[in-house]
Design a protein around this ligand. Structure first.
Ligand SMILES: NC(=O)c1ccc[n+]([C@@H]2O[C@H](COP(=O)([O-])OP(=O)(O)OC[C@H]3O[C@@H](n4cnc5c(N)ncnc54)[C@H](O)[C@@H]3O)[C@@H](O)[C@H]2O)c1
Length: 307
């Protein structure tokens, strides 16, 4: 599908990959780019840059998605391309005692944002697209939905579910002229990635959001189901399906190494333990040790350390 002259919606468009998607669709000549985000000021700023429109929207709420669909079509015309891109990190803890975690909260939030958001977009757009005989869904998922993300069971599980739903959407509605792509990068240099320590997701290098958005545009033009900005992911998928048990063992080894590395960070030296018994010095130590690393890693290590 060519986006030139089309109406496009991008959720999570206020920053990161979503913002880059808005830019790339605008440059490709989209008639209107609608930026839908839980951050209304961020959405308005991006919309102003791409001559688009902004909606405040929590993608985990069906009423918000329905509002974006209805209002976009009422004000601007038929949505040709709906990009379910919004996502959340959270829950990263390679030291967790139990992959099931301790509460439902991170699971239900991830389920709402990574899975139900895609379901709601389909629920309210498929009837309209079927009537028109065409339409396109681009769902930003992650290589974590095809492989896994160590230390993030809720993220990995819900991203796998998102792949499952996208497959069903593509299979069920191919005959109706509806096309689907899943966008599955590894590390992309955004706030989300910077909020966790460097890990295996960056092993093949972090891409810029702009590189990923360009790959997405190309994938849409070629109507490719799986858009893999890191081509290595296809090789990892092949290895996984070739010998699932060997793949699980390999991943478990990486997890063990991560536990060791993060465990060391959590166990303070005797001198630091002494300082930490003084509440003020303890706080300062965390600050002095990690605050200078202004790359997102510092913040997370501080959190681990002071926990
Ligand atoms: N950054 C990476 O390394 C990476 C890798 C693979 C996949 N992804 C996926 O790409 C997508 C975008 O991530 P990013 O890295 O650009 O993140 P980001 O944190 O930079 O941006 C996420 C955007 O989504 C918005 N958002 C969050 N929750 C929302 C909600 N409930 N409703 C509406 N908007 C919401 C945020 O306000 C923000 O504008 C996500 O689905 C993420 O899982 C990211």
């Amino acid at each position: 599908m060519q986006v030139t002259g089309k109406i496009v919606v991008v959720t999570g468009g206020a920053k990161g990959i979503g913002r880059a998607l808005c830019d790339v669709f605008h440059r490709a000549g989209a008639a209107k780019v609608v930026v839908a985000d839980i951050d209304p000021a961020g959405a308005r700023a991006v919309a102003a840059k791409v001559d688009g429109a902004a909606f405040k929207c929590d993608v985990g709420k069906e009423t918000d998605i329905r509002h974006v669909v209805e209002e976009t079509e009422r004000q601007f015309g038929p949505i040709a391309l709906f990009c379910s891109n919004a996502g959340i990190g959270g829950g990263f803890d390679p030291l967790a005692d139990n992959a099931g975690g301790t509460s439902d909260e991170p699971w239900s939030r991830s389920w709402a944002v990574h899975v139900m958001a895609h379901v709601y977009a389909a629920r309210h757009l498929v009837p309209r697209m079927k009537a028109r005989g065409e339409g396109y869904f681009l769902n930003t998922i992650s290589a974590a939905g095809l492989l896994s993300q160590i230390g993030s069971p809720a993220y990995s599980t819900t991203k796998h579910a998102a792949v499952g739903f996208a497959e069903s959407l593509a299979i069920s509605h191919k005959a109706h002229g509806i096309r689907v792509s899943i966008l599955c990068p590894q590390g992309v240099d955004t706030d989300m990635l910077r909020s966790i320590p460097k890990g295996p997701q960056s092993g093949d290098g972090d891409l810029t959001p702009e590189q990923v958005a360009n790959d997405a545009l190309q994938g849409i033009e070629q109507e490719t189901f799986a858009i893999l900005p890191h081509p290595q992911v296809l090789g990892y998928m092949r290895k996984k399906t070739e010998n699932y048990d060997r793949w699980i063992s390999g991943m478990a080894k990486i997890q063990a190494r991560m536990r060791e590395d993060y465990g060391k960070l959590r166990r303070p030296s005797p001198s630091l333990r002494a300082k930490r018994s003084n509440p003020l010095l303890g706080k300062l130590d965390c600050f002095v040790a990690f605050a200078p690393r202004n790359d997102g890693v510092g913040a997370v290590l501080t959190q681990l350390f002071c926990a």
